[in-house]
Design a protein around this ligand. Structure first.
Ligand code: IMP
Ligand code: MG
Length: 181
């Protein structure tokens, strides 16, 4: 079991499985035949997933415009709060097909807020791709169009996702083991 910062990390989704799934997701996305696709990576947690997925999308023949939005629904802890825009996108979205990429769909608050923001600016369509779907934690009716994996109801780290701004560098998704276990 990998140890990082003195913590044992139980691997839930290995790097190889994520890489394989990204290729499948890219094919699913390409099959939609979006026009003038604008990809918006929802920072910070999606940065590694977005980096890998958009390269897989290149392999599937897509050449999207790429943007970033920084929203925050969590502090340094693990409880969900209000959604705030900390850094907005620059590109106009009116009339565009937009694909939001995020790490996890949990309560649904972050992506519902972001989706409605982009739609209110006149986007033609807004689709959602997430690496992980914690269906059991949904508070708002919202489904992603492209889902990497269903995620158990556990707090996960790695592959961009953090606990208190650490563990984002892990090439896999895992769970931090309790101390003294
Ligand atoms: P939602 O607004 O509750 O859907 O929260 C989604 C956001 O919360 C994700 O984009 C993540 O940044 C964060 N999040 C939710 N669950 C986890 C987790 O298990 N580990 C790390 N971040 C998480
Ligand atoms: Mg996030």
């Amino acid at each position: 079991m990998p140890t990082v910062l003195g913590k044992n990390i139980e691997v839930l989704f290995p790097a190889e499985a994520i890489a394989r799934r990204n290729l499948e997701l890219a094919s699913e996305i390409a099959a939609h035949r979006f026009q003038g696709l604008l990809v918006v990576s929802v920072l910070k947690g999606s940065f590694i997933f977005a980096a890998d997925l958009i390269r897989a999308m290149h392999g599937a023949g897509l050449a999207p415009e790429i943007e970033f939005i920084l929203v925050s629904s969590y502090g340094a802890g693990t409880t969900s709060g209000d959604v705030k825009i900390l850094r907005d996108i620059d590109a106009p979205v009116a009339g565009r097909d937009v694909l939001l990429i995020d790490d996890i769909l949990e309560s649904g608050k972050t992506l519902k807020f972001t989706r409605e923001l982009i739609l209110s600016r006149g986007a033609k369509s807004v689709h959602i791709a997430v690496l992980l779907d914690k269906r059991g934690r949904r508070q708002i009716a919202l489904e992603a169009d492209f889902v990497g994996f269903d995620c158990p109801d556990r707090f996960v780290v790695g592959y961009g996702m953090d606990a208190g701004h650490y563990f984002r560098e892990l090439p896999f998704v895992g769970v931090i083991e309790e101390d003294g276990g």
